[in-house]
Ligand binder design. Structure first.
Ligand code: ADP
Ligand code: S3P
Ligand code: MG
Length: 178
């Protein structure tokens, strides 16, 4: 069984599968599921796109940090938004209660899955290129990850399998023994 206090926290670029794979993993492991993007929208009463368009990317990062710091979940898969890793305080809070999984995908896969970034409320500096954003974030995702799984060469179910296999090989994972 899982450690009582443990969560599984997904980080990665938009399009990496945090939300869709996250739900599948939660079902497979008998965990609850939280998508922090939806919490931000519920708590602010606005869509993420609206926050970025009206107030800018810094406002979205602040709202995201607040939601993450207020999380007090146990035995949940927590799918974060792609920019969660910009808050060291939030990531340290999440890591105290769980295992962080980085779903790693190529920049080409990001483009293929996301399409038009201007319609996706991406939290980035207006003058930052997507390559720069990708490189900046790859370093941050790796910094916080306890486990890294490729999210672009496998289908959803295969990513789940790889993740569950991977959890059994790391120290003190939020994974079942069986
Ligand atoms: N392993 C995968 N294989 C194929 N498509 C995937 C895979 N993971 C995610 N996707 C697709 O990519 C899109 C974005 O997935 P999503 O879970 O919303 O990513 P995120 O929450 O990381 O932004 C969805 O259409 C999803 O079905
Ligand atoms: O990477 C980003 O800057 C963002 C990713 C989105 O979540 P997903 O990573 O689930 O798409 C969402 O939090 C917001 O639109 C900002
Ligand atoms: Mg998502």
């Amino acid at each position: 069984m899982l450690e009582k206090s443990q969560n599984l926290i997904f980080v990665g670029m938009p399009g990496s599968g945090k939300s869709t794979v996250g739900v599948l993993v939660a079902k497979r492991l008998g965990l609850g599921f939280i998508d922090t993007d939806l919490l931000i929208q519920q708590e602010t009463g606005r869509t993420l796109q609206h926050i970025v368009d009206q107030d800018g990317y810094v406002a979205l990062r602040k709202a995201e940090e607040q939601v993450l710091l207020n999380l007090n979940a146990q035995q949940h898969v927590i799918s974060t938004g792609g920019s969660a890793v910009y808050s060291d305080a939030a990531m340290r809070h999440l890591k105290t209660g769980g295992t962080v999984v980085f779903l790693d995908i190529s920049l080409d896969t990001v483009f293929a899955r996301i399409g038009d970034f201007s319609l996706r409320g991406i939290s980035k500096k207006p003058d930052q290129s997507l390559l720069e954003l990708y490189e900046e974030r790859s370093a941050l995702y790796s910094r916080y990850a306890d486990l890294t799984i490729r999210g672009d060469v496998l289908n959803h179910e295969q990513v789940c399998d790889a993740l569950i296999d991977g959890l059994s090989s790391i120290k003190n994972p939020a994974a079942p023994n069986s």
